[in-house]
Design a protein around this ligand. Sequence first.
Ligand code: DGY
Length: 321
Amino acid sequence: MRVFVSRKIPEPGLEILKKHFDVDVYEGDSPISRKELLVRAKGCDGILPLLTDKIDSEIMDITGIKAIANYAVGYDNVDVQAATERKIPLTNTPGVLTDATADLTFALILAISRRIVESDKYLRAGKWKGWDPMLLLGGDFVNRTIGIIGMGRIGKAVARRAKGFGMNIIYVDHEQQSDIEKEVDAKKVTFSECLQNSDYLTLHIPHTSETHQLIGIKELKQMKPSAYLINTSRGKVINEEELITALAKRIIAGAGLDVFFDEPEINPELVKLDNVVIVPHIGSASLETRTNMAIIAAENLVEALTGKKPKNIVNPEIYYK
Ligand code: DGY
């Protein structure tokens, strides 16, 4: 059997694949074009794509792939319904990137609130004249409230870190999450209560039709003017134009963003703002995490193509009789 890997991933994942399949890896240094993806994946049994590759019905039909092992926990780049209709197993990489993503969430919270990037630029620009009681003052964490939208694996890992910082924790989720409530004294609140009471509002939700542009100007206006918005989930859960307006008009104090509406395009107006910290979708970018993601994605593909139901199946209904 042949499989196509749409970008160079850590070697341990490739080694697993090579034990079972003929493996073709795209070696380019930017995401593969759709045209090349179609050509290279055509006739392959399985594909290991990245979140930058749109895997829709056309790709499925032209290539004839029989399994998709996405190299990410999120899978909004894949048309799940089309895969399910074609009985193509789709897998993702949950669990292994939880802590790395929660760490980056906290890095953004600290960076924007304590003005780390601004301070670094200030110092490098030779502007520092000496210690100053009023220089680069930022926000506090202890006794401040963090609002977590989406109390799944990553939301809970963020809550544990927030507890360590002495923060009050509120959250929004479809389900009551009693485990984390007990563990860190988190309180489930309504969406509006979360917007209104959070000093730090952080998003940990997948991008779906329900969450598309969940946060826009209407929601931002409900937040405290001193509050910060953090997003390490997907860019499309925010109306980015409206966030830029809110940041420019100081409707909220600032934002820390790892993900963007139209990645890798960055709205030039966002870059001009000094009350936002922006990083290039590096939530899971620790060596160990990316290696574990490669191993899990590869194992998923092996299972899917050798007649087993993969551990991390996204569309298990394809196995129902
Ligand atoms: C994911 O896995 O969905 C992240 O966005 C990248 O690791």
